[in-house]
Design a protein around this ligand. Structure first.
Ligand code: ADP
Ligand code: ADP
Ligand code: MG
Length: 461
């Protein structure tokens, strides 16, 4: 059945993105929101809005019962979960289906299987995808942890099987550190994710984060090429690109095909991302995890392939077969996305909620701004600090960077400090221009090069 109405179980820029995609398809939209989000842009854009609870996510955006009963009352066909919140909750996906609606994403079983990072490693191995050397399954106890560390050597990572969003990861350099961190990691994982299960991976130093956009309809599986997301802070992406321009063509092909093999292994349905670490020096890539949802950085892929991934999600969830074959997908040019957060990069990224007094978006060829902002909007303090994403396309990477610098200068957000000055400095930096970076590069650069921060200060409103 074709989806005729959809409820958006999310907030912020992704809720706006989903509403616009739905509207392009003529689909009626219902936006749920917390009491703190009455004024959010998605509420204004949707055909209908429903207040589902108090500001705390547990009382609203994470409240399965409240979301489902709003959907039933509104009589929608489907629920789109966006990213974060309930998007990777298999029980939520099951509850949506049990209530007679369509979950825009994979089945509850697929989410649970791939969301368990240990089980996902096993799926990858079955599909012939190389994984990071480490534990075979969950690490039962310290004795086993010692055995694994003896095999991989230090430094080694302790990771929560149920972790995500850059949390639940610790690096240890010695046996003594391992003894100390292992029980702490387990307790923390149990508290944060409701699952104390841990696994271990060798630390791949100077790796790049490269990920592949996959799509399936349960029978046909394609990839939309790869993204490079190595510029990270605290293991969270700050700046993303497509394609990963330094990747040799033969590696690109193997990498993308391995992601499709993984999708085929689980008969994947919907949009997903297979994440890898890539080592330039050996040209080896290693699977790290699968995200069974739309990702924050999906627009860079849309810019180089020309497809609308969110529309495709709605069509496939409604029962359509994939609208494209692999041969239809031909990347062209280069795209970069800068995450614009309400954080002060000059004050150790302190969150900075407040009211937007001025918003000016550059009108420039190849520029897209996906945002939740409008002038006069007051950013509530309860949620993620992502305000929007500036995405720029160019024929070549250097043209893209040139356009990006111009677009960043033209993007005026006043009222709260944002990460725009950080992106301006990055777009100027030699390392970013040559592309000589890895996943630990940004943190070092922030301490050294960005230390001449004062120069940037006057740019902040
Ligand atoms: P992407 O993988 O799309 O780049 P991020 O890692 O930035 O996404 O996560 C997107 C959003 O989802 C962020 O708000 C992040 O905090 C949240 N998130 C991702 N995974 C989890 C998780 N397992 N638990 C809680 N929040 C998560
Ligand atoms: P999350 O679920 O929080 O997104 P990931 O497993 O995707 O966790 O890892 C997040 C980031 O942590 C990666 O992008 C990378 O920068 C770093 N990382 C993860 N595993 C390793 C590893 N084995 N070696 C080096 N860095 C890693
Ligand atoms: Mg990840």
């Amino acid at each position: 059945m074709t989806i005729k109405s959809v409820l958006v179980a999310n907030r912020g820029e992704i809720a706006v993105r989903i509403i616009k995609a739905a509207q392009s398809l003529g689909v009626r939209t219902v936006q749920v929101h917390s009491a703190a989000d009455v004024d959010m842009l998605a509420v204004k854009l949707a055909d209908e809005a429903v207040n589902i609870g108090s500001p705390a996510p547990k009382k609203s955006y994470l409240n399965i019962e409240a979301v489902i009963s709003a959907a039933k009352a509104a009589g929608v066909d489907a629920i789109h979960p966006g990213y974060g919140f309930l998007s990777e909750n298999g029980d939520f996906a099951d509850a949506v289906v049990a209530a007679g609606m369509i979950f825009v994403g994979p089945s509850g079983d697929a989410i649970r299987l791939l969301g368990d990072k240990v089980a996902a490693r096993e799926v990858a191995a079955r599909a012939g995808v190389p994984t990071v050397p480490g534990s075979g399954g969950r690490v039962a106890d310290l004795t086993q942890a010692h055995e694994i560390a003896a095999r991989t050597g230090f430094p080694v990572m302790i990771k929560a099987a149920a972790g995500g969003g850059g949390r639940g990861i610790r690096i240890v350099d010695s046996l003594a550190e391992l003894d100390k961190q292992f029980p702490l990691a387990s307790a923390e994982a149990a508290a944060a994710f409701g699952d104390g299960g841990l696994y271990m991976e060798k630390v791949i130093t100077k790796a790049r984060h490269v990920e592949v956009q996959i799509f399936g309809d349960g029978e046909n599986f394609v990839h939309f090429y790869e993204r490079e997301c190595s510029l990270q802070r605290r293991r969270q992406k700050v700046w993303e690109e497509a394609p990963a321009f330094q990747l040799p063509q033969v590696v690109r092909q193997k990498l993308c095909e391995s992601a499709v093999a993984l999708a085929r292994e689980v008969k994947y349905k919907g949009a997903g991302t297979v994440e890898y670490l890539y080592d330039d020096s050996t040209r080896e890539f290693y699977f790290i995890e699968v995200n069974t949802r739309i990702q924050v950085e999906h627009p860079v892929t849309e810019m180089i392939t020309g497809f609308d991934l969110v529309q495709e999600m709605l069509k496939v969830a409604g029962g359509a077969k994939l609208s494209v074959t692999q041969d239809d997908i031909r990347p062209h040019g280069h795209a970069i996305e800068c995450r614009i957060n309400a954080e002060d990069p000059l004050k150790d990224f302190a969150p900075s909620p407040g009211t937007i007094s001025r918003l000016e978006v550059p009108e420039q060829e190849g520029v897209r701004f996906d945002t939740m902002l409008y002038e006069g909007y007051t950013i509530p303090p309860f949620y993620d600090s992502l305000l929007g994403k500036l995405i720029v396309w160019g024929e070549t990477r250097s043209e893209c960077l040139k356009r990006l610098r111009h677009a960043l200068d033209g993007l005026k957000i006043e009222g709260v400090p944002t990460t725009v000055p950080l992106h301006q400095a990055l777009a100027q930096s030699a390392a970013v221009q040559t592309g000589a970076f890895h996943t630990r590069f940004l943190e070092g650069w922030l301490d050294t090069d960005f230390a001449c921060k004062d120069k940037v200060r006057p740019e902040v409103a």
